[in-house]
Design a binder for this molecule. Structure first.
Ligand code: ADP
Length: 341
């Protein structure tokens, strides 16, 4: 659903020789509800404008939940745009994205969140992967379920001092597949952002679903995001897709904090030699070309996947490992950058 499409549809209706689009004062998304606010040239026109606007909105694809409101009389018409909502109580909302799956995005999100928590920040972690949530396993919360408080707010789970929410906590069992369409997915994510009792946090880390689809775009239009971290591996196939992710973040006005190069190299445990299995220098060339900072390079370490599977991420289980050090350093860079702004 785009502002342009709604405005074009409204321009096809008129009241008293004025196109409906000319009477729009504001359009905003509140959660998943679209609010359309009109100025009233004359009180007697209220029901006519409402009826016509409702007819129009029912026909615009993707607009299911909407409300028509009127601004107090005498207010000037401004050009409309989506209003992003800032999550209250959360100092910095950061998203972790990648062009494609399997590059270690969730691993990076979990370990950066944990590293921020180790640095003394209050941290929340939201698993945006609605179809294949892996964060419960990575944090040893496989059988965890969540409840709601008396105000119907979801009480998040806790792990290693962080507040955690994942759709996995709502499913009857780990093996239950989730068969939801796009709009449901969007609703779940916005609900997790707005209706989870996060409390006061310094950082909320949102592990986005992979790719550059509608979910990412709608999210970017709904909520104010302070920065994005993009994760890639050095292979050409991953780099080709991560470029799309960077362009998307830039287009929707989300500052890209930098790139995390995952699976950058392998250190032979016997000789200590570094092997750049997937190629050397490709990620730095890409970062240079797009004017991005490399936040850090994480080596291939079998312990990363072992610790993920066992529910104790590497930053917690082997803080002296190369990858844990890399994650801690990345967390420091992010915190400094966001606190500086
Ligand atoms: P994504 O979220 O991009 O789909 P995951 O974080 O689920 O990727 O990681 C995919 C697999 O790769 C997991 O088994 C994970 O443990 C493993 N993995 C990720 N990063 C590394 C790494 N640096 N070294 C070794 N294994 C890794």
């Amino acid at each position: 659903m785009a502002v342009k499409e709604i405005m074009e549809a409204l321009a096809r209706q008129s009241v008293e020789n004025k196109k409906l689009s000319e009477l729009v004062k504001d359009i905003r998304l509140v959660g998943d509800k679209l609010e359309l606010i009109f100025v009233l040239p004359n009180k007697s026109l209220e029901s006519e404008i409402r009826d016509k606007a409702m007819t129009v909105l029912k026909e615009v694809e993707g607009v299911e939940n909407f409300e028509i409101k009127f601004a107090p009389m005498g207010q000037p018409v401004q050009s409309p745009g989506f209003h992003k909502t800032r999550l209250s109580g959360i100092k910095h909302l950061i998203v972790v994205g990648s062009g494609k799956g399997g590059v270690g995005k969730s691993t990076v999100a979990v370990n950066i969140a944990l590293a921020l928590s180790k640095l003394g920040y209050r941290v929340g972690l939201l698993d945006g992967d609605i179809y294949g949530p892996s964060i419960p396993t990575m944090l040893g919360l496989k059988n965890q379920r969540v409840e709601v408080d008396k105000f119907n707010r979801i009480i998040p789970a806790e792990a290693f001092g962080m507040k955690v929410m994942s759709v996995g906590f709502l499913l009857p069992s780990e093996d239950t597949p989730l068969i939801w369409r796009g709009p449901m997915l969007m609703k779940a994510l916005t609900q997790f952002l707005f209706d989870v009792k996060w409390g006061s946090l310094d950082f909320l880390v949102l592990d986005l679903p992979p790719g550059t689809g509608d979910v990412q775009l709608t999210l970017a239009q709904t909520v104010e995001i302070d920065g994005a971290i993009v994760v890639t591996t050095p292979q050409d196939v991953a780099l080709a897709d991560v470029k799309k992710a960077v362009v998307m973040f830039k287009e929707v006005g989300i500052p890209v904090l930098g790139v995390v190069e995952n699976m950058a190299y392998f250190v032979c445990p016997e000789s200590g030699n570094k092997y750049y299995i997937f190629g050397k220098g490709r990620v730095s060339n890409f970062a240079l070309a797009y004017g991005l900072k490399i936040l850090g390079s994480v080596p291939i370490e079998p312990a990363i996947s072992e610790t993920s599977d066992s529910g104790v991420p590497i930053v917690e289980s082997s803080p002296d490992s190369q990858s844990a050090k890399a994650f801690l350093n990345i967390a420091k860079i992010i915190a400094e950058e966001l606190e500086r702004r």
